[in-house]
Unconditional design. Structure first.
Length: 105
């Protein structure tokens, strides 16, 4: 498997780098994707990208998707991601845990 690393706001692949606006808080991997959770700072106003701070990349460095809107319609920054048995889970600031499914991407 390709070696993936990160330093602050840079995701580093073998032959490619991807730079985010904010530092990488958590990096998780499964057989298909490298998942990234950004560490969003406290501020007055948040953008769509701030509220949807989970991304997936292929192992060659292609950005595959950014998490989309939740079915419940409210916005809360994600604070934790985990992969369990090939399924990505994300927990938001309010402590709600989501199983990330294809239609959210």
């Amino acid at each position: 498997m390709t070696k993936i690393d990160h330093i602050n706001n840079k995701l580093i692949f073998e032959n490619k780098e991807y730079t985010f606006e904010y530092p990488i808080q958590i990096l998780r991997e499964d057989k298909n994707y490298v998942y990234v959770l950004l560490d969003i700072p406290v501020k007055q106003e948040y953008t769509f990208d701030d509220f949807h701070n989970v991304y997936a990349f292929s192992y060659i460095g292609e950005r595959k998707w950014q998490i989309g809107k939740r079915p419940i319609g409210d916005n809360d920054i994600y604070t934790l991601i985990n992969v369990n048995e090939g399924i990505l889970y994300a927990t938001d600031f309010s402590g709600r845990k989501y199983k990330i499914c294809e239609k959210w991407k």
